[in-house]
Design a protein around this ligand. Structure first.
Ligand code: SF4
Length: 492
């Protein structure tokens, strides 16, 4: 059995996005960007969802061993299992005309043959068309007649109560008609991809909107190295089409943007700030904001994780579940600063102990400052829905939330050093340069999420203590940053 494939589903999808990416991936893999640690969590989630979806098809047999790379054996085994009459196959491998595909689930039920592609998303997304179409094409060419081909994705409305109900958690969407319609184009795209792969030179393809659509390409470090740090691609709220319009006209640096280039207000503030060092300090509105704050003043920040598969009652796929908060408190603007917080044990439902602690720590009166209020409000709302017995107190906390991001989002305060952004990671170094996230082991929310996951699998007590300490310091730093930012606003 031949399996000298030169294209797989993954590399075919690369070629649909950009032929240069296909070529570099095959011949210059050393130019690939270092793996992004957050990708590991994405792969892990995908795997968990795949394994769970298999439970919908009892008695299935795995055709491709995932722990060793041996496509020839996978294809042989798939054919042998089909010949034996096995009705449900997982990871069924097929190869035709040097294109290898692995079908997540292939079943024969009631005399009908159906294929499924499992996705950890909560909807059908555009790139899935090609994903299914290439598989359909190869299966058809190898003589597998499909009666249906569906995407199985997560149902975002599903709320867990007790054991998981997989029949509701997963939604199947038939893609068969679309795959049939796309088949002629799939054939021509395969020919095109093979032609690019047989060329002796890297395809001359410049950067374009396809570099991060539908997926962020992993050769951006190589292809984008000529783009300066503060380029038109970083301009706040500028449409991608306009960014490439400027780029193609040779106006790559923000400094190069012509005076008469039409800009919306947000982009204009960013560009003029960068070009001419212009700041905006609307003292009247800033003073009103500062004067309106009611003491004792709390500074609150949640850390959350958002598992694809709802782990607890009352959660949905990708619910933001809080596992930690940090809380600074001041009784008066010049008063003493105190700190408290909560960090849950891993592996248990953290919500009740966390909310009980939060309610104890934030008695009325006083405003509760958050940086990006809608996020904190959303967490409190989800807690209220899951635990209505706490509704009056949680609604009180929610009603006292005030957004510290507002003066920056509304551009009442803008400094060129913010580089068009109003995130706390941009505002803090601009206003309080002596305070930096750089020294922290954990410096981003996604890292905090991953650290909390690691807490659940780590067995070394010393390492567990280190991770807990890193999480504590990171979340504490977030609220301390808010304290210092407000102090800066007060002094303006
Ligand atoms: S970075 Fe852009 S141009 Fe370069 S290989 Fe990727 S998609 Fe193609």
């Amino acid at each position: 059995m031949e399996t000298n494939h030169i294209l797989s589903k993954t590399t075919f999808l690369r070629s649909v996005q950009c032929h240069k990416s296909l070529y570099l991936n095959r011949y210059k893999p050393e130019l690939r960007d270092p793996p992004d640690p957050s990708q590991e969590a994405v792969f892990r989630t995908g795997k968990e969802v795949h394994v769970l979806a298999r439970e919908l098809f009892p008695g299935g047999v795995i055709a491709s061993k995932e722990d060793s790379y041996d496509p020839k054996t996978w294809v042989q085994r798939t054919h042998a299992l089909l010949k034996e009459g096995v009705e449900v196959l997982f990871e069924a491998a097929f190869e035709h005309d040097q294109v290898l595909v692995i079908v997540d689930i292939l079943e024969r039920v009631g005399g009908k043959r159906k294929a499924y592609e499992v996705k950890s998303s909560t909807s059908v997304k555009d790139p899935y068309d090609w994903d299914v179409a290439i598989q359909y094409h190869v299966l058809k060419e190898t003589g597998i007649k499909l009666d249906d081909f569906s995407i199985l994705h997560l149902n975002k409305e599903y709320v867990r109560h007790g054991s998981l109900d997989l029949g509701i958690l997963f939604i199947g969407v038939s893609m068969l008609e679309l795959a049939r319609e796309m088949e002629p184009e799939v054939s021509s795209r395969i020919r095109e991809a093979k032609a690019f792969l047989s060329a002796s030179l890297v395809p001359e393809i410049d950067i374009g909107p396809y570099c991060d659509e539908p997926y962020a390409c992993d050769f951006m470090g190589y292809c984008w190295c000529h783009v300066p740090e503060y380029s038109v691609f970083t301009v706040a709220r500028m449409k991608k089409v306009h960014k490439f319009e400027l780029y193609r006209a040779g106006q790559v640096d923000i400094q190069d943007i012509p005076e008469d280039f039409p800009l919306n207000e947000t982009s204009r503030v960013h560009v003029e700030g960068h070009k001419y060092g212009r700041s905006i300090i609307d003292l009247g509105v800033i003073h009103d904001f500062v004067d309106s704050l009611k003491y004792p003043l709390y500074y609150l920040d949640f850390e959350t994780f958002n598992p694809a598969i709802p782990p607890f009652d009352g959660t949905k796929p990708y619910s933001q579940i809080p596992f930690q908060y940090s809380l600074h408190r001041k009784t008066t603007p010049q008063g003493e600063l105190t700190h408290t917080g909560y960090l849950a044990e891993a592996g248990v439902d953290p919500r009740i102990p966390l909310l009980e602690s939060l309610l104890r720590d934030t008695p009325p009166p006083g405003d509760i400052l958050a940086y990006n209020r809608p996020f904190e409000a959303r967490i409190l709302k989800d807690l209220t829905e899951a635990f209505p017995e706490f509704a009056p107190e949680l609604e009180d906390r929610s009603s006292r939330l005030v957004d510290l991001m507002l003066p920056f989002q509304k551009r009442y305060c803008y400094l060129p050093e913010m580089h068009g952004s109003y995130s706390i990671k941009a505002v803090l170094p601009a206003l309080v340069p002596e305070l930096s996230y750089d020294a922290l082991e954990i410096s981003e929310g996604t890292q905090a999420m991953e650290a909390y996951y690691q807490l659940g699998v780590e067995t070394n007590p010393t390492r567990i203590e280190e991770i807990r300490s890193d999480l504590w310091e990171y979340c504490k730093f977030d609220t301390l940053a808010m304290v210092r930012i407000l102090e800066k606003l007060e002094t303006l």
